[in-house]
Design a protein. Structure first.
Length: 438
């Protein structure tokens, strides 16, 4: 097993255009003077990447990205072949994820027949894509350690890695872990030693990654395959248990700090990172993890990553949020509203370019999802007809008639496909309860 490296810093990677390569690139790990480096066709490559799903590859290139990570070959909108061909055209390299069954979803790694069938299925994927010029490395499973108790999962990962190395000598293997600790590293060292490097995923806790790597006993190369916003399991909550989401400007500040604290300083073992998520998804809210809105508008986190990757800010930057309140209160004040009563909300935002800003508002039911590990969620229902003026920085609205938890969302648009956003959770009491802060 080679080792797990985080991030180091020169990107000589994009010196060649993937679309001009007519054969598989040869990707290798080398340790020189104690420092791990990733090489693509003999040229040093530092990963400036993002988790893409079905996000916009072209916007990633424009922002200075050189690679993207997938969770499976297809993404629900394009086939694996289409994803890879598009990457090749755009000059991007792909960390191809393979959807390995998880114990938390009911898969039994003591079932040798099921494990063998999975290995055969994965082999067909490897044979299909191993010669594609956009392929960078194979990522065997996502967070297989999350809520997992059977260490045989790492035996299966090891067998998959060995199979890959037998049929594909040109691309390394890894697996993406939910965090890292000594017991986990011990299991992988003893059971999955065929892996070439490790990959780690961490959110607010990523600032502790350098310490956790030392404590875990991992001294090899690694990639950070997910990092970004504070996780919904890591933040403060209201009295009724609704997680409190940072607004888009606070998130942007955290992206900058987390990269500079946990990723950039490791010039010894880190091979780069994939920020999460270059697109939009529903996970507790429609805005929590996506760096874009569903409309395709980019937020401040995209600006930050462009600055990190290129050293330059975009010519047009996203609006910056300054204040947001509902009935004169903010989210940590546990806002209770009376059903059917009228209230006001206000947001303050700044345009970097002096452009006029427009606003849109919506009220949604609070998500009841209890999913973990990024599993699919249904988007909470949007309630129409409650907001009187939806296109200004100050609005009046009527509290929903039904008691329970809700969120008020605001979106700030600059007319150049850039936006900011925020939301505040609130609780509706029916008639008898006065509005109060708990």
């Amino acid at each position: 097993m080679v080792a797990l490296a985080t991030c180091l810093g020169t990107n000589s990677a994009r010196s060649q255009n993937v679309s001009k390569i007519n054969q598989p690139v040869k990707v290798a790990l080398r340790q020189t003077d104690g420092k791990w480096r990733l090489y693509v066709n003999q040229k040093e490559f530092f990963i400036h990447g993002a988790g893409l799903e079905y996000g916009d590859q072209e916007k990633l290139v424009a922002a200075g990205g050189n690679s993207f990570r997938t969770w499976r070959p297809e993404n629900g909108r394009e086939s694996g072949q289409q994803v890879m061909d598009r990457a090749s055209k755009n000059g991007l390299y792909v960390a191809m994820g393979m959807d390995i069954a998880r114990e938390r979803d009911g898969f039994d790694y003591a079932d040798t027949n099921a494990v063998a069938k999975q290995l055969a299925k994965i082999k067909t994927i490897v044979l299909q894509f191993k010669n594609h010029p956009a392929l960078l490395f194979w990522d065997i499973g996502n967070e297989l350690n999350l809520n997992s108790h059977n260490p045989r999962v790492w035996d299966a990962v090891n067998e998959i890695s060995k199979m890959i190395h037998q049929v594909d000598p040109n691309h390394p293997t890894t697996t993406s872990l939910a965090g890292i600790n000594k017991e986990l590293v011990g299991d992988i060292k003893s059971r999955a030693s065929d892996l070439d490097f490790l990959s780690v995923q961490s959110y607010a806790d990523i600032v502790n990654l350098p310490h956790e790597l030392r404590e875990s006993g991992w001294s090899g190369p690694y990639v950070v395959t997910e990092w970004g916003a504070t996780g919904h399991w890591e933040c403060g909550t209201t009295a009724w248990g609704a997680p409190i989401e940072d607004d888009s400007s606070v998130k942007a500040d955290w992206y900058q700090k987390r990269y500079q604290t946990a990723i950039a300083p490791d010039t010894t073992n880190c091979l780069g990172s994939y920020v999460f998520l270059w697109g939009q998804k529903q996970e507790r809210t429609p805005t929590w993890y996506g760096m874009f809105l569903n409309s395709g508008e980019a937020t401040e986190t995209v600006d930050v990553m462009q600055h990190i990757w290129t050293g330059k800010w975009p010519e047009v930057r996203s609006p910056k949020l300054q204040n947001f309140s509902l009935a004169g209160k903010t989210a940590p004040q546990n806002i209770h509203l009376l059903s059917g009563q009228d209230y006001a909300a206000a947001v303050q935002a700044q345009s970097f370019n002096g452009d006029s800003l427009t606003y849109s508002w919506e009220i949604r039911e609070e998500s009841s999802a209890k999913s973990i590990g990024g599993d699919a969620e249904s988007e909470p229902q949007c309630l129409p007809g409650l907001i009187d003026q939806g296109d200004t920085a100050n609005v009046d609205f009527k509290a929903p008639a039904k008691s329970g938890p809700y969120r008020l969302f605001v979106y700030v648009h600059d007319g150049h496909q850039k936006a900011a956003y925020a939301n505040i959770p609130f609780y509706v009491d029916v008639k008898t309860g006065p509005m109060a802060s708990h």
